[in-house]
Design a protein around this ligand. Structure first.
Ligand SMILES: [Fe+2]
Ligand SMILES: [Fe+2]
Length: 137
């Protein structure tokens, strides 16, 4: 059973951002599914590395859209993204230095951080992005 099942309630009402969230969850799923025997293998490093790059792209992309929408809480939102960047970087460092690194525990942690952020923070901008789409239509 996959760790992550995409649910409609995760949607932020924007197709592109939903697609990006789903892609990020796929990286986490891949990390979760690595064989325990390969836990210290290059494969884990590569997934973490790609996921880190993708998360930066997602944050940049989301912040840009929110900026264009004139989202009033953007600064706080950016700060949350920065905190998450720090947490992800810390997991990369843990992988590089810690022989006890547990890929499935880290995947579960990342899953919780991401879903919590989507449900509690990303969902707050839904109306602001809807307004922009409505104006364009
Ligand atoms: Fe966000
Ligand atoms: Fe997001």
């Amino acid at each position: 059973m996959p760790l992550i099942e995409w649910k409609e309630e995760f949607s932020v009402g924007n197709e592109e951002l939903d697609r990006q969230h789903r892609k990020w969850l796929e990286f986490i799923e891949r990390l979760h599914q690595v064989d325990d025997a390969d836990c210290h293998d290059r494969i884990v490093h590569d997934i973490l590395d790609e996921m880190e790059i993708y998360s930066r792209y997602h944050f940049w992309s989301e912040e840009r859209m929110l900026e264009q929408a004139g989202y009033e809480d953007l600064e706080n939102h950016r700060r949350e993204h920065d905190a998450m960047k720090g947490r992800i970087a810390a997991q990369m460092n843990a992988f590089r230095s810690d022989t006890d690194f547990d890929h499935s525990r880290v995947a579960e942690m990342l899953w919780h951080w991401l879903i919590e952020h989507i449900l509690q923070s990303d969902h707050r901008y839904t109306a602001a992005l809807e307004d922009v789409t409505a104006v364009r239509d």
